[in-house]
Design a protein around this ligand. Sequence first.
Ligand code: FAD
Length: 392
Amino acid sequence: MVQKMVREFAQKEVAPIIKECDRQQQMAEFVLPRMGELGILGICLPVKYGGQGMDYIALGLACEELEGVDTSLRVVMSVHVGLNSMALFQWATEEQKQHFLTPQAQGKKIACFGLTEPGVGSDVAAIVSTARRKGDDYVLNGEKMWISLATKAHHCLWVGRTNPEAADPHESLSAFLVELDCPGVTTGDIHGKLGVRAGSTGWIAFQDVRVPAANRIGEEGEGFKIAMSCLDNGRYTVASGATGLIRASLEASIRYAKERRAFGREIARMQLVQQKIAKMVQSYEMARLLYLRAGWMKNQGLRNTRETSLAKWFATDASFEAANEAVQIHGAYGYSDEYDVERYLRNSKGAVIYEGTSEIHQLIQAGYALGYRDDALLRCELPAYDPTVWSS
Ligand SMILES: Cc1cc2nc3c(=O)[nH]c(=O)nc-3n(C[C@H](O)[C@H](O)[C@H](O)COP(=O)(O)OP(=O)(O)OC[C@H]3O[C@@H](n4cnc5c(N)ncnc54)[C@H](O)[C@@H]3O)c2cc1C
């Protein structure tokens, strides 16, 4: 049911206008309110917090359908749901959940995630933004860069340094839920991106922004751990979305290969074209199983950092490869925006970079395999799915 509902939204309402949005580098105005209205923005959160009470697999299925039409739709899920709302669900106090999570799950407030800075990406512990305690407030300074939905969001889950003197930089970061209409906050869009042009990516600058201490998520010094657990959820949405992009590349390739003729027969009859199609089938099935395993583990309340990282690394590399081969199958037509596959290729590249580059995921996987890396128990783990409690 979820899959059908999300597919209908994406295919019927967004697909007809997506090419023009991509050309104009504009997000369609109706997308966020409509996703809120349909309940997609709170899909895997309990009804008690304004969500739909569905499980984490439903989130993955939704992302697969959304990215089957355009990556910009899935990016909304990654930042609003995966990186922000699920972190509040995991780490926030009951009062913070009522205040911030409920309007987010209902789609009344849009949320983003501010980790990356102009000089800091993969090396999160090197963040230079600061949050200094002043009485009952913190004063936030610094710039966040490459922030999806920066100019659309009302809330930002922001990570900065509260204790620059800490011996271990991993323990000097803290997380805050910042309302972006606060004085001292400025935002802007980044134009000229390779892909996700129908989405919104921007920057957020903080100059002496006063945020109540009550907006701190978790304890002081827990920011690094919170950021990493946000990524466990964001990466899951990226993995499931990239799976949808593989499927879209496969479907487009099958359609075209059966229409286009060369050397007296349809190109689908050529073995080298078939090889590309077969590889896409293989990638789709593998990517799907990997994300479903991670989703199942989330449902059970099992730690899934390793499995989610593997799913994200595999699915994003495979979606880039699938989109590239889909362009190849389309020949010169694949090189023009008359067909969707050139957009798939441009969109697929971002996911190999954000939420841990492919290189970072290789380090993570090798770290687990070699025994250099292990998961310590978190003070707050992501709650397991409970159908009875979540739906009431
Ligand atoms: C479209 C888009 C949307 C984004 N949305 C958000 C968002 O909403 N919120 C947010 O906070 N960020 C966002 N980002 C930023 C993204 O998360 C970062 O770009 C990503 O983490 C990589 O950081 P970086 O670009 O600074 O690259 P760097 O960390 O500078 O890396 C540059 C290169 O060096 C390699 N490298 C770095 N360290 C190592 C290592 N130890 N070993 C081997 N190779 C290494 C990397 O793999 C990469 O190839 C977005 C980015 C894009 C493109």
